[in-house]
Design a binder for this molecule. Structure first.
Ligand code: C6P
Length: 407
């Protein structure tokens, strides 16, 4: 187990962190968008293509057996990571696809008079798919937030009724950083007879997440936000629900028997994985999970709390800088505005200093409207970031203020 004091050593595992951008040492603070990859993940993918490449579940030959074993091994590790069983883990393309699979299932099963509840802090991936249901006469209700960016639980309580069939909420906001009380919300949903879906894109990479303890029905997250490759998402679903659900994608590998007009489905989870999957990147994702487990998710959470507190204290003390999202329970995303400066200008000046942040609506336009801003700047942290990098960010923001004469 690596302890918090060893976090500086982690940087050596990430080749990209050595590079320069605009002549300056790269300071990568766009981890909520995607994280960098350690050598261990890159090497695992290379090893797969160099030594084991074959299609899975199909061939009675050594390479196919090895590829299948590695692919299913990654599923086992993913399951353990969130305290689920391997049968409950479906590999998808990303969080967005995972949530769309659920929305398509809801489209087939829900009808007029049914209701779905989300919150105003959702990423577009947890709003736009549910809007498909509105066309069918299903009501989409949006829970509000409080001034500090925490979820308005009183409002949510009022919105969830016997008509509610689905409550779908982000575990952590990609803009505000707010960590929502999912266990409490799941109880609220279940008491009303609704399913609890969680967008875990910004929580699973950053803290221990236990689906059994939270008692959630579905959980979606992405490999690329937790040191793994792009192109891999996860959809966890409780076994009994996955057995009942109709597969959205159909074709090879997801069937048991095919007749001329009908077909029967494979067992879960393979029923939901039609066609040849992204084998190499699932295996790479397995390596990312091994890497995170070595550090320990509790340690990662502690490290990010420390960096976030430090960044919020420093940025929050700067005149003309407004922080968006100051809830007590917060992940490592710090969004801010500088008076009279468009966030794209902020990001451009920071980039000239080698500092990568994200700016824009961050795929959360309803939230921007609620905050009364068109866009924000966002710094987001991960395992390899340091307090020294936060100091560079603060110096960069100072430069932005000077450039735009913000006093
Ligand atoms: N947020 C960000 O910069 P995908 O793109 O499918 O892997 O993840 C979508 C998604 C869903 N929910 C939340 C809370 C998210 O933060 C994201 C991705 C990135 O904030 C890219 S827009």
């Amino acid at each position: 187990m690596i302890y918090i004091t060893d976090f500086s050593k982690i940087r050596n595992d990430f080749p990209i962190l050595k590079r320069k951008v605009n002549g300056k040492q790269l300071v990568y603070l766009d981890n909520a968008a995607t994280t960098q990859k350690p050598r261990q993940v890159i090497d695992r993918i290379t090893d797969y293509y160099m030594n084991h490449n074959a299609n899975i579940h199909r061939g009675i030959h050594k390479l196919s057996e090895e590829a299948t074993e590695e692919y299913e091994g990654a599923r086992e590790r993913t399951a353990k990571f969130i305290s689920a069983s391997a049968r409950e883990i479906i590999f998808t393309k990303n969080t967005t696809e995972s949530l769309n699979i659920l929305a398509y299932w809801a489209l087939r099963t829900l009808g007029k008079g049914d209701e779905v509840v989300v919150s105003v802090m959702e990423h577009h991936s947890n709003i736009v798919p549910w809007q498909m249901l509105v066309e069918k006469g299903i009501t989409l209700k949006i829970a509000g937030i409080k001034k500090d960016g925490s979820l308005d639980m009183d409002h949510l309580n009022k919105l969830v009724t016997k008509k509610t069939k689905i409550v779908s909420i982000a575990h952590a906001s990609n803009v505000l950083g707010t960590i929502n009380p999912i266990k409490e919300i799941a109880k609220l949903a279940h008491d009303a007879g609704a399913l609890m879906i969680v967008d875990g894109a910004q929580s699973v990479p950053h803290m221990p997440v236990d689906v059994k303890n939270l008692d959630v029905d579905f959980l979606a997250f992405s490999s690329h936000k937790m040191l793994g490759p792009t192109g891999i998402g996860v959809l966890f679903g409780k076994e009994e629900l996955l057995k009942k659900a109709t597969p959205f994608l159909r074709g090879g590998d997801m069937i048991k028997e095919v007749f001329q007009q009908t077909a029967t489905w494979n067992e879960i989870p393979w029923k939901f994985e039609a066609g040849t999957p992204n084998i190499a990147d699932v295996i790479g994702f397995g390596a990312a999970i091994d890497y995170l487990n070595k550090i320990g998710m509790k340690n990662i959470r502690e490290h990010e709390i420390e960096l976030t507190k430090y960044a919020m204290k420093k940025l929050g003390a700067m005149k003309g800088v407004t922080l968006h999202g100051t809830a007590k329970d917060k992940g490592g995303a710090v969004s801010f505005s500088i008076d009279g400066v468009h966030p794209h200008d902020t990001a451009t000046i920071l980039d000239s200093e080698g500092i990568a942040i994200r700016s824009g609506h961050l795929c959360a336009q309803p939230l921007m409207e609620r905050l009364g801003v068109p866009a924000v700047g966002r710094a987001s942290f991960y395992v390899y970031n340091t307090k020294g990098e936060v100091d560079k960010l603060v110096a960069g923001v100072e430069k932005v203020k000077k450039t735009f004469k913000v006093i």
